[in-house]
Design a protein around this ligand. Structure first.
Ligand code: 5AD
Ligand code: SF4
Length: 475
């Protein structure tokens, strides 16, 4: 299960079995996607069982976990500079007789394995995303020194072994929760590293997902985002051994006490089934928000990306969703400068953006990921061209986002406020359309569905006033 690497020059100091009355502390930092945020919480739950309390100061941490992202070059380069800084802290702590166990988890861990320890000797453990349930044994081995790597693809499902979060941890995480329903991806888009780092697509059994939601709701969570790399391909078994799709999972989740609002992310256009689209008309808890990446508006590039759909297929899916839920807020991901992308291909992307009208979207410069088919393609687009296209696309997307936000002024809807805002007396929550909303609200209303009217637009949020009497619980 574990593979050992050559011991570093100076063996890592081990944490004494009995650290005395001082509780051991962990610092967990998450990079990248929502699934990493969720996984980081689950790792914190495991380490919590091992006696670690959380700290926000890395200097105070006996255990440091970086949960890394490998999706683009910049994301993984950040990790090495972060590790360099932590190495200095680790050395300073060691000089005071305090040991630090440094763990690299996530997709960089999976992709680079032992190379990480070769590049940064301060790292004690490298663990891939599918192996977090093995953390207790791995940490023990790591504390013994020598550098431990576990990037196997296990036969067992980590979710069957990960401990539940403690009630205190759930309460501390607040009103808005992620729940993983599906992990991995079988789509193999030619640019993407995920099928290699997260493995093939697996769906958790429906009862497990629903139990987790029920438990979180019992502890005060109210808004749930069901996550997976390809979540709309979800097909978890129910108790009778029958596969349940995402629409049915969302319908069952909506019936659980305390569940006020549901979202799901991320979806693939090929898996926008009729019943999922119908759910947007029929499931009262399902937010009118859909993140549906397209990547490019050019069929030639979509084909080279192995997306297995055309721009027309995407537009048809959008038409169907809008027929079910006319006010739906649409979001997407775009890659500019994929190998071979011409100015005409890029303009097809701009045209598609114009045709759809997005509420928000993310645009990225293509970054070759070693081991993916697109990294081998000739005809890579020069950096300056990518930068120029990214700026043009982002300009257009930003104008659409501002227009969408401006159009919500004067509208009324429910917001589940989840935390204090920057100004005294203000709370922050999300609109049904995923915009940040600030309003002066009694903090006792955190976790309630509060009816607001949008009064103004700021660059990255909306301002609102409450229109229902406190405690009325409008929806
Ligand atoms: N280069 C640039 N962007 C990428 N993405 C995934 N792989 C790459 C890559 N190699 C983007 C896609 C995806 C989002 C999560 O990250 O747009 O939808
Ligand atoms: Fe990054 Fe993708 Fe891995 Fe998430 S799944 S951590 S976005 S590479």
């Amino acid at each position: 299960m574990l593979s050992k690497h050559a011991p570093p020059a100076a063996p890592a100091p081990s944490i004494p079995a009995d650290a005395g009355s001082n509780q051991r502390r962990m610092f967990v930092k998450s990079f990248g996607c929502q699934m990493n945020v969720y996984d980081s919480q689950r790792m914190a739950d495991v380490a919590g069982r091992e006696g670690y309390g959380e700290t926000e100061r890395v200097e105070d941490a006996d255990l440091v976990i970086l949960n890394t992202c490998h999706i683009r070059e910049r994301a993984s380069e950040k990790i090495y500079s972060e590790l360099g800084k932590i190495r200095e802290i680790k050395e300073a702590r060691a000089a005071q007789g305090r040991a630090t166990t440094l763990v690299v988890a996530g997709c960089v861990a999976q992709a680079e394995g032992g190379e990480i320890i070769r590049r940064q000797k301060a790292v004690d453990l490298v663990v891939g995303p599918l192996n977090y349930h093995r953390l207790p044994a791995l940490l023990e081995a790591a504390r013994a020194g020598g550098g431990v790597v576990d990037t196997d693809f296990p036969v067992e499902d980590k979710f069957d072994f990960l401990p539940d979060a403690s009630p205190e941890a759930i309460r501390a995480r607040g009103v808005s929760a992620y729940v993983t329903a599906q992990e991995g991806c079988d789509k193999f888009c030619s640019f993407c590293i995920v099928p290699y780092t997260r493995g093939s697509e697996t769906s958790r059994p429906a009862a497990r997902v629903l139990d987790e939601i029920r438990r979180l709701a019992d502890m005060g969570a109210r808004e749930f985002t069901i996550i997976g790399q390809n979540v709309n391909a979800y097909h978890g078994l129910d108790a009778d051994g029958v596969a349940v799709g995402l629409a049915e999972l969302l319908a069952r989740a909506a019936r659980l006490p305390g569940v006020l609002r549901l979202r799901y992310s991320t979806s693939h256009p090929l898996d926008m089934s009729d019943d999922l689209i119908r759910a947007h008309a029929e499931n009262p808890a399902l937010a009118p928000y859909l993140h549906l990446p397209i990547q490019s508006g050019s069929d030639r590039i979509l084909d080279a990306m192995n997306r297995r759909h055309t721009a027309r297929d995407y537009l048809e899916a959008i038409d169907r969703v809008r027929a079910a839920r006319p006010d739906i807020a649409l979001s997407s991901d775009f890659i500019v400068g994929f190998p071979g992308e011409t100015e005409a291909d890029f303009e097809a992307t701009l045209d598609l953006v114009e045709e759809v009208g997005f509420a928000s979207a993310f645009a990225f410069k293509y970054s070759a990921r070693p081991g993916t088919p697109a990294a081998e393609l000739r005809d890579q687009v020069p950096a300056a061209v990518k930068a120029e296209r990214l700026a043009r696309l982002q300009h257009k997307l930003e104008a659409q986002r501002q227009a969408f936000n401006a159009a919500t002024v004067g509208r009324r809807f429910g917001v589940v406020f989840d935390k204090p805002g920057r100004h005294e007396g203000q709370l922050i929550g999300r609109s049904p359309y995923m915009q940040s909303v600030n309003a002066v609200v009694d903090s006792a209303r955190i976790g309630d569905m509060t009816e607001v009217e949008i009064t103004g637009v700021k660059p990255n949020s909306l301002t609102a006033k409450v229109v229902s009497p406190p405690g009325a619980g409008a929806s």
